[in-house]
Write a protein that binds this ligand. Structure first.
Ligand code: PHE
Length: 448
């Protein structure tokens, strides 16, 4: 068998894993959830859950991945010699694969919208008005074409492999992402109203803390944002070198992801209030902040439109930001089926990328065509049900199916003193009992 790909450096892994984690969930999901759920109260709960629940679950995936050095299906079905556990691992692996495929099918559509909104001000700057308005309006042809373009980019990067594709592109795109974000924050803070937004974001409405729906949304957000449950972190972990310290890498990814979400809040919340100062409607008739797609596709563009020529550049920068964030997450999702096709069916990587990417694009087309019937359903099925339940399953595999000595051996690669650390005293107990129980309790609550 050809040798498996590997990340060439710590920073390469960190940027790739952070590239997967940092996506539309951070720049769009987190700030709007914070805005509608008591500002800093949400931030606080989110940070606690990210470190207390999501980080241990992330460690479960990274550890299984590096131990098994295989895709999610082979990894889970090979952890234990018992036939029943092999079968269980196979089924959970297939479910993770399916959820990854379905998440990518809607994620690529949204990524296509971002690309369209990016190209539209570009067309305007080139004075191509008819192009700009075609790009700006929802239509089957626009959505299909833009989703196709994003899918093609994703396929091309994944076809090039771990080091030349995933690592090389994450290393280029992630710093660009951060610079655009900082530049935009600096600009928005020169505008009137920004401080009011900052206050709304950072002064907590503590009365919200006991609100169960806030805790639920924060958990869902933390799981989606850290790309958990679908085998993306597992496969990235499987490309980590033995000399890298797993608990530290996982902590760094969690910090980068939450840090990025926090920083994105410093852009979106002030921007909403600047828009309000400029007369853009930001609260709906019921007095609730406009969130979701309307925020991104109406409120922010309306804000940019009040800013004249600078507004065009801002729109360009903002949607470049969104497109890049979406692309580095999309590649991690495509790597899940591609690694299965390469390692289990023996396909060459470019063929596997084309084949898996093609099937996913066909599903996206179906969703675009039957948008009202399918779009929200696929999102709910995968992110509300799929991710948390698979998160529980992965914790159970790390905690119960892998033996303590296997875990210890894997974790001491790159970290020989692990046995004397707090991490080792707490984590095995944590993934065995606390994480699955807490995720399940929160999940069951959400169904009531
Ligand atoms: N974490 C990504 C985001 O925040 C989404 C994602 C989910 C990526 C699951 C991979 C796997 O947008």
């Amino acid at each position: 068998m050809a040798t498996r790909g590997q990340f060439s450096s710590k920073i390469g892994f960190l940027l790739a894993a952070a590239g997967s984690a940092v996506g539309l969930g951070n720049i769009w999901g987190f700030p709007t959830q914070a805005a509608s759920n008591g500002g800093a109260a949400f931030l606080l709960v989110y940070l606690i859950l990210a470190f207390v629940l999501a980080y241990p679950a992330l460690m479960a995936e990274l550890t299984i991945g590096r131990y098994a050095r295989a895709n999610v299906v082979s990894a889970l079905s090979g952890l234990h010699p018992s036939a029943t556990l092999k079968r269980a691992g196979f089924i959970v692996g297939l479910c993770a694969l399916t959820v990854a495929v379905l998440i990518l099918s809607f994620y690529a559509i949204v990524a296509g919208w971002m690309l369209a909104e990016f190209l539209s001000p570009a067309a305007q700057l080139l004075q191509w008005d008819s192009g700009a308005s075609w790009l700006n309006a929802q239509s089957f042809s626009r959505n299909a074409l833009m989703c196709g373009a994003m899918s093609a980019l994703t396929i091309m990067i994944i076809a090039r492999g771990v080091e030349q594709g995933i690592e090389a592109w994450s290393t280029r795109l992630m710093p660009a992402l951060f610079l655009i974000l900082l530049g935009m924050i600096a600009y928005v803070f020169t505008q009137q109203g920004a401080l009011a937004g900052l206050k709304a974001y950072l002064i907590p409405d503590l009365s919200q803390l006991g609100n169960p729906s806030l805790i639920l949304s924060a958990m869902g957000q933390a799981f989606f944002s850290l790309s958990l449950g679908v085998g993306t972190m597992l496969i990235y972990g499987s490309y980590l070198r033995d000399t890298d310290n797993l608990p530290r890498m996982g902590a760094a990814v969690t910090l980068l992801d939450t840090g990025f979400a926090f920083t994105a809040g410093l852009l979106i919340l002030p921007a909403i209030y600047v828009a309000q100062t400029k007369g853009v409607t930001v609260f709906n008739d019921a007095g609730v902040l406009i969130a979701g797609p309307d925020l991104i596709f109406q409120v922010l563009p309306a804000l940019f439109a009040t800013m004249g020529a600078a507004g065009n550049w801002l729109a360009l920068a903002f949607f470049a930001l969104m497109s890049i964030a979406a692309l580095t997450s999309a590649i991690s999702l495509l790597e899940v089926p591609v690694s299965v096709a390469v390692e289990r069916w023996g396909l060459s990587r470019p063929l596997a990328a084309l084949f898996s990417g093609g099937i996913i694009f066909a599903i996206s087309l179906l969703v675009i065509w039957q948008f009202d019937a399918l779009f929200n359903g696929v999102i709910t099925l995968t992110t509300v049900y799929g991710q948390p339940l698979l998160g529980v399953a992965l914790c159970l595999f790390a905690g119960w199916v892998m033996h303590r000595h296997q875990l210890l051996k894997e974790l001491s690669n790159g970290h020989p003193e692990i046995e004397s650390t707090w991490f080792w005293k707490l984590w095995p107990f944590y993934v065995k009992f606390i994480c699955p129980a807490l995720i399940l309790i929160t999940f069951v609550q959400s169904l009531r």
